[in-house]
Design a protein around this ligand. Structure first.
Ligand code: TYD
Length: 252
């Protein structure tokens, strides 16, 4: 009987180089390369809605979480589970960690509710091999860790919202490090309080998401592994390959 494949996710803040690294890892492992959102025809349609909605049509925070999880359910059922069953490894560019980071810590949706939604989306599809776990989460999650300044275009607005990155990082309230689970609407849906306020809110969102990744990584040390994503593409790729190939979940 063929042993099932391994499921590996690359996670990280926007601009951490995940897509390139996912491609290089998949090629090294001869794995199926896929992504969330996307990865299926339905997922690509959801991706378009999620990433390119007109501001006036932007989904509410909960709608957004449901759509990302709908994309994930389709992805698991039609791409990931079938590949794993045949013994292929699968590498995905983003997975459930993005929902916890962006919708949980970023938007402020309760993490326990999101985890329940994720489990529902990732349940082994009916008829799939019993060798697959009941809930198909990545066996390994690689967190590509980049300094905030290198990572996201939003951060380059720092100059316009006041001061240097380090001073903002240092003065940002500690409380932001753990999610404030009061529900927020997505920033692009708020009544506009003027460009400075909007940019400040976007920055806070970005800071919450960026910080949350390390927290998520330490919360699940058996699954997540932190990889320094600074340096050349090849240097990072070598670190990713080393981290994945030595991970206990990859052992036969
Ligand atoms: P994408 O272009 O794939 O990411 P990147 O910025 O890494 O190039 O865009 C995906 C966006 O969707 C990204 O901003 C993170 C977000 N996202 C969520 O908010 N929740 C999720 O569950 C997923 C999978 C992605």
């Amino acid at each position: 009987m063929t042993a099932r494949g391994r499921y590996i996710a690359l996670e990280g803040f926007d601009g951490s180089g995940k897509s390139t690294q996912a491609e290089m890892l998949a090629s090294h492992l001869d794995a199926v390369l896929t992504r969330e959102p996307g990865g299926t025809p339905l997922g690509e349609a959801l991706r378009e809605v999620l990433l390119h909605a007109e501001p006036s049509e932007a989904p509410s925070a909960r709608t957004e979480a449901l759509l990302f999880c709908a994309d994930r359910a389709q992805h698991i059922a039609t791409v990931v589970a079938p590949a794993l069953e045949t013994g292929r490894d699968v590498v995905t560019d983003r997975s459930y960690g993005s929902t916890l980071a962006y919708q949980g810590y970023g938007r402020g949706l309760p993490l326990d509710e999101l985890r329940a939604l994720i489990d529902y989306a990732c349940r082994r599809p009916a008829g799939a091999s019993g060798d697959l776990p009941d809930v198909i989460l990545p066996d390994v999650v690689v967190l590509l860790d980049v300094p905030l300044a290198d990572s996201d275009r939003r951060v380059h607005r720092l100059d316009r919202v006041g001061g240097e990155q380090m001073s903002l990082l240092e003065t940002a309230p500690e409380a932001e490090q753990s999610a404030d689970h009061s529900e927020e609407e997505p920033s692009d849906q708020r009544p506009d309080g003027g460009p400075d306020r909007l940019e400040g809110e976007e920055l806070e969102f970005a800071l919450r998401v960026w910080r949350s990744y390390r927290e998520l990584c330490s919360a699940e040390p058996d699954r997540w592994v932190l990889v320094d994503a600074t340096g050349s593409i090849d240097e990072v790729a070598a670190r990713v390959i080393e981290a994945v190939s030595t991970h206990p979940a990859m052992a036969d």
